[in-house]
Design a protein around this ligand. Structure first.
Ligand code: NI
Length: 176
């Protein structure tokens, strides 16, 4: 088992737009395997390539149905509104109630290059939206209203001063 270091907020790689995957080769498949190991070790239930410093549009996830990977994903439809306490492996120790669409239809490719399609609701839909944000260089901080974002950035500065406090998310929070 090989794992990567997970990049943390403040790392510029997390703020860059990732590029489409053009070749699915052995190196990419090994990287995906190691991303899945990294996700389980964290532990998290979703991990996007920029979180390990790779500017490619792909992510891995497991919401309890086994490991999965999606390449070049797109949200083609979204509907409704749902508030959920969201936490991110790249923003350790913090989480916020964030409102996003409740349902999404996501299409992409699997590791064989076949088109895959998911009609997702609630937590699964949230996971997809969070991972697609990572591929666009967007962190959950950007999804907060202006006042909450200001507070969040102040908390992050404080945590950086006493970094050891930032490592324990709320029990039961599933990290993306
Ligand atoms: Ni995340």
């Amino acid at each position: 088992m090989a794992t990567y270091d997970i990049r943390i907020i403040g790392d510029p790689v997390l703020r860059q737009q990732a590029r489409d995957v053009t070749d699915i080769d052995g190196a990419l498949i090994r990287m995906v395997d190691d991303m899945i190991d990294t996700m389980y070790a964290a532990p998290g239930i979703g991990l996007a390539a920029p979180q390990i410093g790779v500017q490619k549009r792909l992510f891995v996830w497991d919401i309890g149905t086994g490991p999965n990977a999606m390449i070049n994903p797109e949200i083609v439809e979204s509907d409704g509104e749902w508030t959920f306490e969201e936490g991110c492996l790249s923003v350790p120790g913090l989480s916020w109630d964030i409102v996003r669409p409740k349902q999404v239809h996501v299409i992409g490719r699997d590791l064989e290059g076949n088109e895959i399609s998911f009609e997702a609701d609630e937590f699964e839909a949230r996971m997809f939206q969070h991972e697609l944000d990572h591929l666009a260089g967007v962190l959950l901080i950007e999804r907060l209203d202006a006042d909450t974002r200001k507070e969040a950035l102040a908390t992050l500065r404080d945590l950086r001063i006493g970094a050891e406090q930032s490592e324990s998310p709320r029990d039961g929070l599933r990290l993306l």
